[in-house]
Ligand binder design. Sequence first.
Ligand SMILES: *Cc1c(COP(=O)(O)O)cnc(C)c1O
Length: 347
Amino acid sequence: MQNFNLTNLIRANVKNLAPYSSARDEFTDFDAKMIFLDANENPFETGINRYPDPQQKSLKVKLSELKGVSSDSILLGNGSDEVLDLLFRAFCEPYKDNVITLPPTYGMYKVLADINAVENREVLLMNDFSLNVSEILRVQDANSKLLFICSPNNPTGNLFSEKDISQLIRSFNGLVVIDEAYIDFANSESWINRLSEFENLVITQTFSKAYGMAGIRLGICFASSKIIEVLNKIKPPYNINKLTQEKALSILNKKEKLENEINLLKANKDNLLKQLLQVNWIQKIYPSSANFLLLKVDNAAKRYKQLIDAGIVVRNRSTQPLCENTLRITVGTKEENTKLISVLQNI
Ligand SMILES: *Cc1c(COP(=O)(O)O)cnc(C)c1O
């Protein structure tokens, strides 16, 4: 039987914290005609001389429409990396609590655990890269605060089964964080649609991949308003700058352009896959629901070096468990992929 209680998960210092109240938090009844002498800003107008909206209201309203989630279930971070770090800082007591991660997976979960002095319990994926549900539930204890599930998973590219994930959400006593950095490339629904079913579900997405905005650093967290409230208490007041907020809004208003790009990248991936199958030293191409392919090759270090010499940078993932002699290749433009294939066939 699940034993979930949000209040008990929050770190004591965070529970008792009085958050910093910024000038723009205290007075929110904006009227452009007012004279703002409250925040020690430079009054000469440049478009960026004022502090940004600390709650990013316009951007959240837009995201709320697009994703079908209410604004108070959304928190924005300086990249999803900041969102993930806030989760550690809100819920994990250093030197006491633990998180569970599922290698081979995104390396940032472990780095953040190390930075925050939180034990990282690793449960390897099965040989077919599916979730080892019984082992995950076996290693959880009363101090297990977060379980990170990256779906589609980086670097393996696969989505995890709906059944396994829902079983974990129902049986894990802490928060289950589903990292959906690549969900827009998958032919599968986001877990956002099931947020109201589970009070311990947290979903992260990012503007860095399908949305084409890695440079603005913007990550999104979706969760119950109670969880979002806790994260809001500890986030830096002005963590999303004004230029980022404006740029994100302008791109979200071009939904069609985004969809066309995603469809093009999916088609490019299918083409790339077909051509990679012809390269004789590539032993296996793992099925991918993301914008990259994981390849098993004869000698990853050698092939990596040959590609670098030809001016193409890929990622050697061979140090990850279950990923011996693998390369991860991001799907590029048609021209980039053509160049890649011609190099691969000639080395
Ligand atoms: C790329 C990636 C992210 C994105 O992180 P940002 O800080 O938003 O750029 C998050 N999770 C995974 C698994 C990724 O591969």
